[in-house]
Design a protein around this ligand. Structure first.
Ligand code: BG6
Length: 560
């Protein structure tokens, strides 16, 4: 590892080529990509922030450990903090130590040997190699002049690399208020010189607050970058099990023929969270469940579950099909009456008990307005007006402070057209169900009836079951950010959202949000923290003679 002078004069973080022994001395025996991405510089805007510390630095470490980082490669951290290269590295080292389960230590001179995997990580050749590639530029993101400092730093890093024109990835891990100022600054300083160059831009959510602000942001980005250079992040798309939806559907012959209205009664998509605000009340007040979870994550899960087979496994073909699906969604005309219309429910959690722990109500959370009508739970009945899905409702729900953390897609099939068994045998009868558990305990199971042993015909629901842990025992599932960074470096935007799909998702949800905004008088529906949501959400189901699933807390087998 290079010594840091801390003076900022000596180039601390040249684009370093991996020492030949780094890949081979890595702790894991993970497989190595046959092709590494092109030489790249990753510019991390918001380098002192939580996402960089908790997700991006650990993801870079994992990519380095698995031999998947570009060669050469450099990281330039950018933030307002008065840090130098050495301080940036130290902060990131502490972050990695903590993320790898080693607690708060990990600073230079910190408790050596304590902290298990965290200590192993920060002492590894791999981390030392990464540190040697890291440097820092202090910038005020609202001050155009600051971007000259960044340009100088980038020129230094690139000059030292010996690579004439590496890919430059500008990762905006910052509040959305800074998205446009950063693009302005990159252009004004000449770092970015218009669409079509070697630059890529990664934009975190939220991408706009509604269709018109998303369109304005798209339009601003497109003046500086081609669509292929823009990587809009939805971290759900990087989850292994979310990617597996396409493999399940299109890598097997048995599911697709029955994946339609002839065989499927309805689909439930649940993203339940046990956590509440965790200090994010201020952010959440401006967001709410629909903006925070539905516009992005749930709409993407819906699109992957319901889209037509793509012509190829390519970013363009897959994103075309997603856009087509979103275009087929029946518009919401805005909620009516308390708690929303027939197809829309919102609610807020009140104080309760979540798995044995007392929990505050939303209105008691820090930075939440006493009279807030922000929804912490929403449920939608989505209708898809196309040949495949006509008449098959998709029920989507997501909420904070639910009994457990679970994300799943449950596909419930029709009952057999005629039951030939005696009534007594049919008492325990349950319709077939294919449940994709996205997290935790990533698994897929199929529920069907079996004959219970004995002299009589008695049916009992049983499961065919697959889980990632059991089937791929040697392979630790990577965090979504590992694959998202990896793909962005490789120029593959399949797992990122395209401008038109972001706009279409907003267009669907805007009337819901504006209807709620306009309703300032009807009582806000509530649910107790630790429950599965308000009675209004149950009514959304029971009106059609259906019931929400109640995934058993801590039960790893999804299709019960
Ligand atoms: C984020 C939301 O996008 O997703 C958070 O802003 C939410 O509010 C999180 O908690 C959930 O992600 P995951 O991967 O934990 O399901």
């Amino acid at each position: 590892m290079e010594e840091s002078t801390g003076s900022g004069e000596e180039l601390k973080g040249p684009m370093s080529s991996s020492p030949a022994n780094v890949a081979s001395s890595m702790e894991s025996a993970a497989s190595v990509d046959s092709e590494r991405p092109e030489p790249s510089v990753l510019v991390l805007f918001g380098a002192s922030g939580d996402l960089v510390r908790r997700k991006l630095i650990p993801a870079l470490y994992r990519l380095c450990r698995d031999g998947r980082l570009p060669e050469p490669f450099a990281v330039v951290g950018v933030s307002r903090r008065d840090w130098d290269d050495a301080r940036f590295c130290e902060e990131m080292r502490i972050a990695l130590h903590k993320a790898e389960g080693g607690g708060e230590s990990g600073a230079a001179g910190g408790a050596e040997g304590s902290g298990g995997k965290g200590a192993v990580a920060v002492e590894s050749d791999c981390w030392q190699h990464l540190e040697a590639s890291m440097s820092y530029a202090q910038c005020d993101l609202n001050d155009i002049a600051s971007y000259a400092v960044l340009k100088e730093k980038l020129d230094e890093v690139v000059g030292a690399s010996g690579v004439e024109n590496p890919v430059r990835i500008h990762y905006l891990s910052v509040s959305p208020d800074f998205f446009v100022p950063i693009v302005d600054g990159l252009e004004a300083s000449g770092v970015v010189t218009g669409p079509g160059g070697r630059d890529r831009i990664v934009v975190e959510k939220p991408f706009g607050r509604d269709a018109s602000s998303a369109a304005a942001l798209n339009e601003r980005l497109r003046r500086a970058f081609d669509e292929e250079q823009i990587y809009r992040i939805d971290h759900y798309l990087g989850k292994e099990t979310v990617q597996n939806i396409l493999v399940l559907r299109f890598g097997n012959a048995i599911f697709e023929p029955i994946w339609n209205r002839h065989y499927i009664d309805h689909v439930q998509i649940t993203v339940a969270e046990q956590l509440g605000m965790e200090g994010r009340g201020g952010y959440y007040e401006r967001s709410g469940a629909v903006r925070d979870m539905f516009q992005n994550h749930l709409m993407q899960l819906l699109a992957l579950t319901a889209m037509e087979p793509p012509a190829a496994f390519s970013a363009g073909a897959i994103r075309d099909e997603k856009a087509k699906l979103l275009l087929s969604l029946r518009p919401f005309d805005g909620p009516r009456g308390p708690g929303g219309s027939e197809r829309v429910v919102r609610a807020q959690y009140t104080a309760g008990n979540v798995r044995g722990e007392e929990s505050l109500g939303y209105l008691e959370e820090p930075n939440v307005d006493q009279g807030s009508r922000t929804e912490t739970f929403a449920a939608l009945r989505v209708e898809i007006d196309n040949w495949r899905w006509k008449g098959v409702p998709f029920f989507l729900r997501s909420g904070k402070r639910m009994p457990t953390k679970v994300s799943e897609i449950a596909v419930q099939f029709h009952l057999p057209p005629q039951l030939v068994f005696p009534q007594a045998a049919a008492d325990a009868f349950r319709p077939n169900l294919l449940a994709l558990r996205l997290q935790p305990n990533e698994a897929i199971s199929l529920r069907f009836q079996a004959k219970a042993p004995g002299p009589d015909i008695n049916m009992h629901p049983v499961q065919l079951y697959f889980d990632y842990d059991g089937a791929f025992q040697q392979q630790e599932l990577a965090d979504a950010y590992v694959w998202l960074l990896h793909d962005c470096m490789g120029g593959d935007s399949t797992l990122f959202t395209r401008g038109d799909t972001v706009r279409l998702a907003w267009e669907l949800l805007d009337p819901v949000l504006s209807g709620w905004r306009a309703d300032t008088t009807s009582p806000m529906p509530t649910y107790q923290a630790g429950s599965w949501g308000p009675p209004e959400a149950d009514a959304l189901m029971t009106r059609g003679g259906r019931l929400w699933r109640r995934p058993p807390v801590d039960d790893p087998t999804p299709a019960r």
